[in-house]
Ligand binder design. Structure first.
Ligand SMILES: Nc1nc2c(c(=O)[nH]1)N[C@H]1C(S)=C(S)[C@@H](COP(=O)(O)O)O[C@H]1N2
Ligand SMILES: [Mo]
Length: 409
């Protein structure tokens, strides 16, 4: 079954003015020269690899890259595992949990090699609810400005789960950090083909993030469970890192190795990918630092783009999440039906926590001339979600106001 790209349905409208309006509303007027193929009405070229049935959109089957449809995504604050997006760079590795060992090496007094049973026995287990989102969530909206490569995520590359395991800080204390320890590298057991080589997926986080455990909020966890069930192979069984507040790429699945170092990991996914660059010159790549925290964001999940809505009251709902800045929560979510001239404050219908999304809904009065709905969020520090996101080559961190065109009767 082909799925219609979110936001793209405007392109299928027979009226070119609708499309122009939509481009203008999306803040991308003048993008005509580089409009993404789906806006030209040629769906075949962009949806060929996109299959799926039921509630999921499958971008690629092997490795699996999939995201839930938006109305399905917001059915509960905790995202069920089967509705949680999957972002994998290589097929799931085959790991025998019985012989599995996590190694901890580098700038430590005592390198460790720990089985799953030892990990469980040696350290106190703890849980945290936190949102994971891909840095590429909403990438397809960057492509409206100028096409970007990579998995063309809509707004479903996000989920909120209860993660259980042990605190990374405890494991590092056990190994004993040397004085010059500054960064913690994670290495997966997957095998990714990259430029003729086979490399693992890698990430790193500052030691200070790893060691900063707050009440109820660990800096990072080594998890074996997601929503109180053993991790599934797609989500990194038997062991994955979870770094609340950071982009999903720092939460390494099939985690096999931790290296403590005085510098960030040289792994491709830290040293090169996951950076915000515009031109992609060697100098720019070298100058840009790795992405860590995710940005403030909000999305309308219902109604869907171009739904035929009669003027009057319409129920609008979606999600919003605060930036990964410690101690930050969502303060306000607002919806506009007049291009941002006036805003209605939405009701937050879920728990409100640091590093977690909220679900919200609003009843909006729609006039007969309204052509779109827009949402924006404000955080507890007073930061407002930007109207436009800065375009970047890899299509990361899209967090401009989210627009949903309304279908004409
Ligand atoms: N080993 C490994 N870890 C990984 C990845 C991967 O491809 N391999 N993908 C990363 C990215 S980019 C994201 S967004 C999250 C996705 O986690 P999920 O598939 O459980 O949703 O895992 C991260 N950890
Ligand atoms: Mo990601």
């Amino acid at each position: 079954m082909h799925t219609t790209p979110q936001l793209m349905t405007a392109a299928k409208s027979s009226s070119s003015s609708t499309r122009r309006d939509f481009l203008r509303h999306a803040g991308i007027a003048g993008a005509g020269l580089s409009v993404a193929p789906w806006l030209s009405g040629d769906r075949s070229s962009t949806t060929a690899a996109e299959t799926g049935s039921g509630n999921m959109i499958v971008h690629t089957q092997t490795p699996l890259n999939s995201e839930p449809k938006l109305d399905h995504l917001i059915q509960s604050w905790i995202t069920p595992v089967e509705s949680f997006y999957v972002r994998s760079h290589a097929p799931n590795p085959k790991i025998d949990p019985g012989s599995f060992r996590l190694t901890v090496e580098g700038l430590v007094d005592k390198p460790l090699s720990i089985s799953l049973a030892e990990l469980d026995g040696m350290f106190e287990s703890t849980s945290v609810v936190s949102t994971m989102t891909c840095a590429g969530n909403r990438r397809s909206e960057h492509s409206l400005v100028k096409p970007v490569g990579g998995v063309p995520w809509k707004a479903g590359a996000i989920g909120n789960a209860r993660w259980s395991g042990v605190r990374l800080s405890e494991v590092l204390k056990k190994a004993g950090l040397k004085e010059n320890a500054k960064h913690v590298w994670f290495e997966g057991l997957d095998e990714i083909s990259k430029g003729g080589d086979i490399i693992p997926f890698g990430a790193s986080i500052p030691v200070s993030k790893a060691m900063t455990d707050q009440e109820g909020m660990p800096g990072a966890l080594l998890t074996t469970k997601m929503n109180d069930q053993p991790l599934t192979p797609d989500h990194g069984a038997p062991l994955r890192g979870v770094v609340p507040g950071y982009v999903g790429a720092r939460s390494v699945k099939w985690l096999g190795k931790i290296v403590v170092s005085d510098r960030p990991s040289p792994n491709h996914y830290v040293a090169t990918a996951y950076k915000l660059v515009r031109e992609g010159t060697p100098v720019e790549w070298a100058e840009s630092g790795p992405l860590y925290r995710f940005p403030l964001n909000s999305v309308i999940c219902s109604p869907e783009p171009n739904a035929k809505i009669v003027p009057g009251k319409v129920a609008v709902s979606g999600y919003a999440y605060p930036s990964g800045q410690p101690g930050t929560t969502i303060a306000k979510v607002e919806v506009s039906a007049d291009e941002g001239r006036s805003w209605t404050t939405a009701k937050i219908t879920s728990p409100l926590r640091e590093h977690c999304w909220v679900l919200w809904k609003a009843d909006i009065r729609l006039s007969s001339v309204a052509s779109e709905l827009v949402v924006r969020a404000t955080d507890s520090r007073g930061n407002i979600q930007p109207e436009h996101a800065d375009w970047n080559m890899k299509g990361y961190m899209f967090n401009g106001w989210y627009h949903v065109p309304i279908g004409a009767e």
